[in-house]
Design a binder for this molecule. Structure first.
Ligand code: 13P
Length: 254
């Protein structure tokens, strides 16, 4: 069996003030204090990163950011660099989330530069991909994902990507309550793992973690996690409440 430690990651999106973020992080720390067989990560908004880093520093909850700029520093008003994220205590960074692509015009090329910057600064990228409802209905799911993966990982070698995490988030399942069935998710995850194998070889394909995201809840996590190629979840709405999120973290193992 491949040794892929499950990762349950919470994407808090644009929710929570500093005080609210610290409070939720504190509650979560207590609720998952005994968990050692699953990695737990939360990605609060930028403003709350540093205070939350101080809150979680003695526990096993890891910190991630939701975005980054590819330059180390410079005249880029409103942007945050990888160096700043590392100094704020981040270990992970979410890159290419569909909301960034959809509302802020992020392209596959931008995503590629961001992954490169993250890797260079020892941040673990969570590289998000996913098809829209219309793309799925017109039978383009696999070709869309193929293009996103190839563009995002262009000019990389297997060694650069050994920490990379892929998150498959079908756009039609995000925040809609419509989860992909575990069969649909497994089918895509299997396709993605084979694609990584074709591009970078079997070693990376076997070790890379592929998360599912899109309306993950305590009620559906165990069924998703029972599938061979699903190594964790990127959770939006259900990660905002510590108790609900801790139930997802403590999914029932098959
Ligand atoms: P929901 O869990 O709210 O559907 O969001 C998923 C997501 O976008 C995580 O990045």
């Amino acid at each position: 069996m491949p040794n892929r430690k499950p990762l349950i990651a919470g994407n808090w999106k644009m929710f929570k003030t500093c005080a609210e973020a610290v409070e939720t992080a504190k509650q979560l720390m207590e609720l998952v204090a005994e968990v050692s067989d699953t990695e737990v990560m939360i990605a609060p908004p930028f403003t709350a990163l540093y205070p939350v880093a101080n809150t979680v520093k003695d526990g096993q909850v890891l910190l991630g950011a939701q975005n980054l700029h590819w330059e180390k520093e410079g005249a880029y008003t409103g942007e945050i660099s990888p160096l700043m994220l590392v100094s704020a205590g981040c270990r992970y960074v979410i890159i290419g989330h569909s909301e960034r692509r959809q509302y802020f015009g992020e392209t596959d090329e931008d995503v590629n530069k961001k992954i490169k910057a993250a890797v260079k600064h020892d941040l673990i990228p969570i590289f998000c991909i996913g098809e829209s409802e219309q793309e799925r209905e017109s039978g383009q799911t696999f070709s869309v994902l193929d293009k996103q993966v190839k563009k995002g990982e262009e000019r990389f070698f297997a060694n650069d990507l050994k920490t990379l995490v892929i998150a498959y988030e079908p756009v039609w399942a995000i925040g809609t309550g419509k989860t992909a069935t575990s069969h649909q998710a497994q089918e895509v995850h299997h396709f993605l793992r084979s694609l990584v194998g074709d591009l970078f070889g079997d070693t990376l394909a076997t070790s890379i973690r592929i998360l599912y995201g899109g309306s993950v809840k305590p009620e559906n996590i165990s069924e998703l996690m029972a599938r061979q190629d699903i190594d964790g979840a990127l959770v939006g709405g259900a990660s905002l409440n510590a108790e609900t999120f801790s139930k997802i973290v403590q999914f029932k193992r098959a």
